[in-house]
Design a protein around this ligand. Sequence first.
Ligand code: NOJ
Length: 537
Amino acid sequence: MIYQVYPRSFADGNGDGTGDIAGIRSRLNHLSALGVDAIWYSPWYPSPMADAGYDVADYRDIDPVFGTLAEAEALIAEAHALGIRTIVDVVPNHCSDVHPWFQAALAGGPDAPERELFWFREGRGPDGDLPPTEWVSSFGGRTWTRTTNPDGTPGDWYLHLFAPQQPDFNWDHPRVRAEFEDILRFWLDRGVDGIRIDSAAMLAKDPTLPEATPDGPNPFVDVDAVHEIYRSWRRIADSYPGERALIGEVWLPDHERFANYLRPDELHAAFNFDFLGCAWEPAELRACVDATLAAHAPVSAPATWVLSNHDVTRHVTRYGRTDTTFSFAAKREGVPTDLELGTRRARAAALLSLSLPGAAYVYQGEELGLWEVEDIPYELRQDPMWERSGRVDPGRDGCRVPLPWTGDTPPFGFSPDGSAGPWLPQPADWKDRTVRAQTGDPHSMLELYRAAIAIRRADPALGDGELIWLPAPAGVLAYRRGDGFRCLVNLSDVAVPLPPHERLLLASGPLDDDLVPPDTAVWLRTTEEPGGPAAPA
Ligand code: NOJ
């Protein structure tokens, strides 16, 4: 199981209200007790934080708000001592506008050689005051910003698929390639076990910069030239001792195009955003699992199972709504949610995702059953999506609220006593969601995750391997892993009988005698003939 730490919101060691490496080191025991195999850290590099650190000014250092490089090295070593591997987040599509290369490109005027490292172009129209294309940014609005020449006149435009403070690199330039190969080595030399690649499908652009049309190929997403980059990265990862994994953030609806990133000489894994956006609906979930496994099989890559991350609505909230899908387009606040229902489903979803073949990802706070905080005061919101959408999209701050650890009132042990308040306010109701409050409570989300992960680690049937669907009543997903492990998830609205079993390993909620209530999952140990036909459920 891979656990995502969002450093600014995990734990604050120095009392400034923002999480840091000192805080992470002081809480590593939580992750060890949870049973995590690896930690992925969202960016911790020096950054003006225009996009919470996904605007990197220096890829080889740590932002002072998070600590120092020496502390990061100590953290990597301490985690290794606990048997936990480290995955760092590399952001190769764009940097920060204060990155020295971009600063040199601006300062040197139109002829600066550094402009070749980015996408600078003249504007269209008689005065060049129209952007080179009408591409739309993932954050809303234009993907081009006009520069001002050193003499004060309006200049060329530069490309940014995200915020204007995040200029896109030109990956056709050998210096960009060499720089990132060196950055990979920098972190691999420091003992990291994996690299999470931000916006992995966006690096290559169609150099003719055509308009994006609904029917034509997208000129800046999944352009074929991107694959050569990952082939060279794979050669670097493979040149290191031990297993060093490359994990791509690849949002693509087309399963075959997605799987291209997982060919044996490219990335090891990519996040499964179909699963993360899938409705709590039996046929859709089953189709998603099948499509995922079918897409990964030909390239022999492990599937990934993700329910939440730092960009999306926490799934306790999502599953409590009438529409249980996630999509950026439909992300709105104030849509009613039933948190009790959402929590029940999230518990069942944990047993589902932790027993599917492949790698499971847990986003910090998911193990505490945290919900999306939807009432953050406007003036405290920091995510650029909020302002850039004209305050229509609530942004992603609601899933980034600092974790509750102990105590009855904010900051719930996130910061040492008497320090500055957390960078985003925590709901008072999180007093029941702290690690301390949940520890030892057999009904808590935390103890459910601990128990499930312990079983997963101990049972070889629960890693990679086959999944066999079993016959089941309408609205119920039932499958076998290995010879003696079964999972049943009841997504119908009636209780269903518990199938024959030798031992009930775990249930996501109370059972009603021998009935599994709606929105409940169970893990069972059964005796079956090795390789023989499965008994009907
Ligand atoms: C994906 C990251 O997960 C997200 O947080 C970020 O805003 C964009 N890439 C741009 O780097």
